[in-house]
Design a protein around this ligand. Structure first.
Ligand code: GDP
Ligand code: MN
Length: 379
């Protein structure tokens, strides 16, 4: 789950990380009021769940409350990478002498979070990692041990020469790691971590993603959820208890079981195409889930064929077949559908599908190739 910069900054404040004062506004008039109460030059910042807002024109300095109001008026409603801006953060402007990057991300290969620090902040950290990896400092974090002050100091001193600045940065780094653990984050970033001309270190930007697997112990997340900003397909999937991840290909996949879903995606790739999604309808064979799955996949205009791959164990193939029939009747998809099902009640399922003119393929390879062939024909 993603949260906005203004929310991440609240968590930073609670964790003792210095952040310039500010609040969020949904109207230009509110933005003016906040600018008035700050009484200095402010920055008006688009609150959308995407990076690179600065480059997209979503981060602007305003010297007066008047200016803050008119800039907020420009930014509210703006489209940034397909997302509409509905809120702006109005925050005290900071003078910048240098910009660094500090973040904690999960490294899947080593199965641990890694602290990443780079003196080359502000710009896209992915670019720095690609072009000059030597500018990036990494420290693996141990889930069973806290980050010690000497760890944080070592990292901070490798970025900053001035001891006073390094000390402030070390404290911020330590607190950032603490905020990461305390809030079950999957990612936390300060980019840029700014040093001002008078050597004050402060977090000018803040990004936090929560690890959804920990939602059960964070009732406070519900209030922070911005349903406006979430992907409608992923929300609908969540409401229907489906595991869904959107991808960029054109083969829509409906599968029961995460393992089979992964295997299906692998096979789509091996046969030379790209899956449009990961989707696990789970162990039940509730027709409602099949209908929801198909509706979610049909939202994606990239999808050129829908592939069902069902293994009937506890799931009964005939129930899924009935779900497919209902989904086709209700949603009238304009897309080719191919189905492979095997296991419990597969013969009944084939009969049900044959009656409505849907063919089933016997094996995975056949059905995947069929889906790809039909998708290519439709494209
Ligand atoms: P992002 O583009 O979405 O990462 O948004 P940021 O909050 O990181 O802002 C982008 C850039 O705008 C920063 O890297 C800074 O260079 C600049 N910026 C943001 N806030 C301030 C500020 O308070 N003062 C100054 N001088 N520049 C700022
Ligand atoms: Mn940033």
């Amino acid at each position: 789950m993603k949260i906005h910069e203004y929310q991440a900054k609240e968590l930073f404040r609670a964790g003792g990380i210095p952040v310039p004062p500010g609040s969020v506004a949904t109207t230009p008039a509110q933005a003016r009021q906040i600018a008035e109460s700050i009484g200095k030059t402010v920055v008006v910042k688009a609150q959308v769940h995407v990076g690179g807002r600065g480059k997209a024109g979503g981060v602007k300095l305003a010297r007066t409350p008047d200016e803050a109001e008119s800039i907020a008026n420009d930014i509210l409603g703006m489209d940034i990478k397909g997302l509409t801006v509905k809120k702006v953060l109005v925050t005290e402007a900071v003078e910048i002498a240098s910009e660094a990057y500090v973040g904690v991300v999960v490294d899947r290969a080593i199965k641990r979070p890694v602290l990443i620090v780079s003196a080359a902040g502000g710009v896209e950290i992915e670019e720095v990692a690609r072009k000059s990896p030597e500018k990036i400092i990494k420290l693996e974090l141990d889930p069973l041990l806290p980050i010690h002050p000497f760890h944080a100091r070592r990292v901070a001193y490798s970025v900053y020469d001035d001891p006073d600045v390094a000390k402030q940065a070390a404290k911020i780094i330590q607190q950032l790691v603490n905020v990461f653990w305390k809030n079950d984050c999957s990612l936390i970033e300060i980019n840029p971590l700014v040093v001002t001309p008078d050597n004050v270190v402060t977090a000018v930007d803040a990004k936090i993603n929560f690890d959804d697997n920990a939602a059960f112990r964070h009732p406070e997340w519900e209030e922070m959820r911005d349903t406006d900003a979430e992907d409608p397909a992923e929300m609908e999937a969540k409401e229907n208890d489906l595991s869904f991840v959107k991808l960029d290909g054109n083969i829509g996949c409906v599968v029961n079981g995460a393992g089979l879903a992964m295997a299906t995606m692998d096979l789509v790739k091996r046969c030379g195409a790209e899956p449009a999604n990961f989707l696990d309808i789970g162990g039940s064979s509730n027709p409602e889930k099949v209908i929801a799955a198909m509706r979610i996949i049909m939202r994606d205009s990239n999808v050129k064929a829908i592939l069902f791959n069902i293994f009937g164990g506890i799931t009964r193939c005939d129930d899924v077949a009935n779900g497919i029939v209902q989904a086709v009747q209700q949603l009238k998809p304009d897309l080719p559908i191919v189905v492979r099902l095997t296991g419990t009640n597969e013969q009944e399922a084939r009969d049900i599908l044959r009656d409505v003119g849907l063919a089933t393929a016997p094996g995975m390879e056949e059905v995947v190739n069929e889906a790809i062939k039909l998708a290519n024909k439709a494209a």
